[in-house]
Design a protein around this ligand. Structure first.
Ligand code: URA
Length: 206
């Protein structure tokens, strides 16, 4: 199973703040930062460390340093709101950006902006996109990132719909998905139910 729903009372608390229609953009951003930090705990659990000696004020002891290099890739626009906690938490992280637009007729996502750091080969790619709805955008983003031969690709989202999970799992079974919730379904306009509305609009007050 590639979906990991992070089951934790703090995640449930901040997800409820995000879902609440009365939550203002500044409260939304605060809850978003907190929930992403909590999701990162799960999404980084398999990162490799190297052992090193460190000197405490009292003696020498064994310590650890993260050995894997992570490339965070927010998907424009809402993914931008997830970058802050990633930069705060992950050492040596570099950031790339992907902008995708969906053809209204065919529903196929195509790239309009891709700006990536060099040397992705062998690194851990973490795609940031808060709402996994149809899965079209996530599939395309993974496809783009795999062109650069990373060691692995994972997706950090807040809410995932069954339709998007299935689409991503079918196309890329190796991709791990980390989410705060697996919601019920999409509506006719491809919004997630119960969901939280448009993440980008709520984050940026648009
Ligand atoms: N994107 C959003 O921001 N919200 C949804 O419900 C679906 C896609």
């Amino acid at each position: 199973m590639s979906l990991h729903v992070v089951d934790h009372p703090l995640v449930a608390h901040y997800l409820t703040r995000l879902r609440d229609r009365e939550t203002t953009p500044d409260e939304f951003r605060e809850a978003s930062d907190k929930i992403i930090t909590l999701l990162l705990y799960a999404a980084t659990q398999d990162l490799r460390s190297r052992v090193l000696e460190t000197q405490t004020p009292l003696e020498t002891t064994q310590g650890h340093a993260i050995a894997d290099r992570v490339v965070a890739v927010p998907i424009l626009r809402a993914g931008l709101g997830l970058v802050g906690p990633v930069l705060e938490l992950l050492p040596h992280v570099t950031v790339g950006y992907i902008g995708l637009e969906r053809d209204e007729r065919t529903a196929v996502a195509s790239r309009y902006y891709v700006k990536l750091p060099p040397d992705i080969d062998g690194k851990v790619v973490m795609i940031l996109d808060p709402m996994l709805a149809t899965g079209g955008t996530a599939r395309k983003a993974v496809e783009i990132m795999k062109e650069y031969k990373p060691a692995s690709v994972r997706l950090v989202c807040v809410v995932a719909a069954p339709e998007g999970i299935e689409a991503l799992e079918t196309a890329h079974p190796d991709v791990q998905i980390f989410a705060a919730a697996r919601d019920r379904q999409l509506n006719a306009q491809k919004y997630i139910l119960p969901g939280l509305g448009d993440y980008g609009d709520r984050l940026f007050g648009t």
